[in-house]
Design a protein around this ligand. Structure first.
Ligand code: ADP
Ligand code: MG
Length: 239
C-alpha cells in the first residue's frame, strides 16, 4: 500500500514491449496479440476499446501476470513480471494489481463479503477485520447489507459489482477491469467508474479498463483502440 504515496504522478505503471501471444497449433494457429507496445502511467485512467475477438482480454491477462506471453516484456512499476518465479509473481500481483475478470470469477460457496475479503485474507490480514473492510466496500458499490448472501442470489450486474469491490478492497496501485460495466445499467456503471476515477485522481493510481461502453467514455484520460491484436490508434492524453 505505501508505495503509491512515493510514486511520482507521471511515473510509468505498466510498460509492455513487443507483446505477442498466439493460440492453437498448425493451420489453426492464430495470433491473438501481435507485437503490442503500450504504456500506462500512474494518475491516469486508460480505456482499451476494440471489437470482440481483437485480443483485449489476452492483452490484459499478459500485462497482469495471468497469461505468459510468447514474446515481449511487461514491466509493472519497473519490475519485469515474467522474469519472476511463480510465487514471487503471485505475491507481486496480490500486492500491486487489482483485476476484475470479464466473467466475475466469484467463488460460489463463499458469501459476497467473503469473496470481497479474499485479497485481504491472502495478505494474512485478520479474518474479522478483512470481512469488516469488505462490508464497507459493499456499501461503496451500492450493495449495502448484501454481505451475507451467496453470489448465486445476485443478478449479473450485482455480481459484477462484487467483483469490482474485491478488486478495490486492497487499494491496489494498479486496477485492471475487463468490461466492468457490461452488465450494469447506465447510471450504476457511471457511478462505479466515477468512483474508481476519483480513487485514481486522489491516490495517483493507474486504472486500465477494457470497455465497449461509450456511455463511460467521458471518464477516460486516454482511449487506446485495438484491432486484430494490434493497437491501431490512441485518442487524448499526451502520447
Ligand atoms: N485460451 C484460448 N485458446 C484459444 N484461443 C483463444 C484463447 N483465448 C483467446 N483466444 C482467441 O484469441 C482471440 C482474442 O481473444 P480475446 O483476447 O478474448 O479478445 P477480446 O477480449 O478482444 O474479445 C480470439 O480469436 C479468441 O478466440
Ligand atoms: Mg474480452
Amino acid at each position: 500500500m505505501s508505495p503509491a504515496a512515493t510514486t511520482a504522478p507521471s511515473a510509468e505503471a505498466i510498460v509492455a514491449t513487443g507483446l505477442t501471444k498466439s493460440f492453437g497449433e498448425g493451420e489453426a494457429r492464430m495470433t491473438a496479440v501481435g507485437g503490442v507496445d503500450f504504456v500506462a502511467h500512474f494518475g491516469e485512467m486508460v480505456f482499451l476499446v476494440g471489437p470482440s475477438g481483437s485480443g483485449k482480454t489476452t492483452f490484459l491477462s499478459m500485462i497482469s501476470g495471468i497469461l505468459r506471453p510468447d514474446a515481449g516484456t511487461v514491466k509493472v512499476k519497473g519490475q519485469d513480471i515474467w522474469s519472476l518465479g511463480k510465487d514471487a509473481l503471485a505475491d507481486f500481483r496480490l500486492n500491486t494489481i487489482g483485476f476484475v475478470f470479464q466473467d466475475y470469477h466469484l467463488f460460489p460457496r463463499l458469501t459476497t463479503a467473503e469473496n470481497i475479503a479474499i485479497p485481504l485474507i491472502l495478505k494474512e490480514r485478520d479474518w474479522n477485520q478483512s470481512i469488516a473492510a469488505a462490508v464497507k466496500v459493499l456499501d461503496v458499490v451500492g450493495l449495502k447489507g448484501r454481505g451475507e448472501i451467496l453470489p448465486v442470489k445476485l443478478s449479473g450486474g450485482e455480481q459484477q459489482r462484487v467483483a469490482i469491490a474485491r478488486a478495490i478492497v486492497g487499494e491496489p496501485e494498479i486496477l485492471i477491469l475487463d468490461e466492468p460495466t457490461a452488465s450494469l445499467d447506465g447510471d450504476t456503471g457511471k457511478m462505479i467508474i466515477a468512483f474508481v476515477k476519483e480513487k485514481v485522481l486522489n491516490a495517483q493510481r493507474c486504472i486500465l479498463i477494457v470497455t465497449h461502453d461509450a456511455r463511460i467514455n467521458e471518464y477516460a484520460d486516454r482511449i487506446v483502440h485495438m484491432e486484430d491484436g494490434r493497437i491501431t490508434a490512441t485518442d487524448g492524453g499526451t502520447e
